[in-house]
Design a protein around this ligand. Sequence first.
Ligand SMILES: [Mg+2]
Length: 422
Amino acid sequence: MLFCPPGWRNTERGAKKAMKITDVKSATIGTNICIRIVTDKGIDGFSQIENNKDFVKPLIPYFKSMIVGADPTNVEDCMRRMRRAGAFKPWGKVISSIEMALWDIAGKDAGVPVYKLLGGKVRDRVRVYQGSFVSESRPHKDPKTPEEIAENILHLNEIPEGFTIAKTALFWHRGGFYKETDAYNTYYPPKSSNARFNPGSLLTSEAINMSIDFVARMKKVVGDRVGLAFDSGPGFTPIDALRLARGVEPYNVMWLEDTIAGDYTPYTMAHAYRDLTMQTTTPIHTGEQIFLRQNFVELIEKQAVNIVGPDPADVGGIAELKWIAEYADLHGIMMAPHGTFDGVFGMAALTQVGATMPQNYIAYEYPFGNPSWWYDIVEGLPTNFLRDGHVTVWDAPGIGVTFNVNKASKYLSEEDKDFFLG
Ligand SMILES: [Mg+2]
């Protein structure tokens, strides 16, 4: 019999006692829902969810019930408990944000930035692109024409933040044209009260020509200084998407996003996207609404798009995003993650995973603090972290950003007043 000193058979001895999740709290802070995962070790994890308070917040206790008592550092175990009850928005959104808070805890517990747990960084600066971010000093406060929008984009390139890629809404995504035109006169629709998110019908020649002209006029102002992407739909019929994609080929745009399906459509239309992508040299992009890697398989394996853009706050979190990026890379497909409404914590999480992405990485859509006082209630962001269109990766444990509880507490409503307590 092997000599075994007293106590060595005790699995508790020498082994790290597992941490347990004791609570998952939520609060509305500014335009975001914030999540706090509480543990019995005194380590908290934080994340944010897109600003859909009324239908997101009530779901949080449902998913909380699946992970209370689990070890938050076993992120995948927690995710397996919740994924089976997930779906496209809003359910997947809650699961996704919980995932990012779990990684925050895992990193803090290990004393390392999350990127170390996702395989380590391959870049020190992560490129971002402008989506909804606006500069207070922009030349046009309410830009209407393509030229005014383009001049604002040039300004975003000239300020210290220095964005090198910008995304603009086009046609369906703008709710129609930039001019005062009745959107219903631009296609042959079943009449609808919501033109933006309904599937469209065949476009008129005016609609196609003006959309192409919109791109051409912006490109004429911006030139090659800033890469231009266009969030176009969803709602295009495949043939109209092709007419648009071919029409803008001379302007070498970064991508056309969500033409056929996308935003708030709980399906991918990979078969239709493939036909579009195979017939144009304009890069085709989709993916921000999709939950889980399984729903990217057809898009990726069929080469149905050139670029995928999962949002970590919808797809199932940052590890899910990483796995999709790797699989896309195997198929020669680019990665440009979505991130409009995920706030400062979302930006921090995107920076962590962006640092680890393979070579197919282009840029993530830059989420920002809204309102701007968000930057006063968090700690950990380095000075000038966004310069020349890149976020410099920082090395604090977890996602590297946390609340200043004293300052943040002032923004809690009566309903959420115990968010930081316990
Ligand atoms: Mg979009």
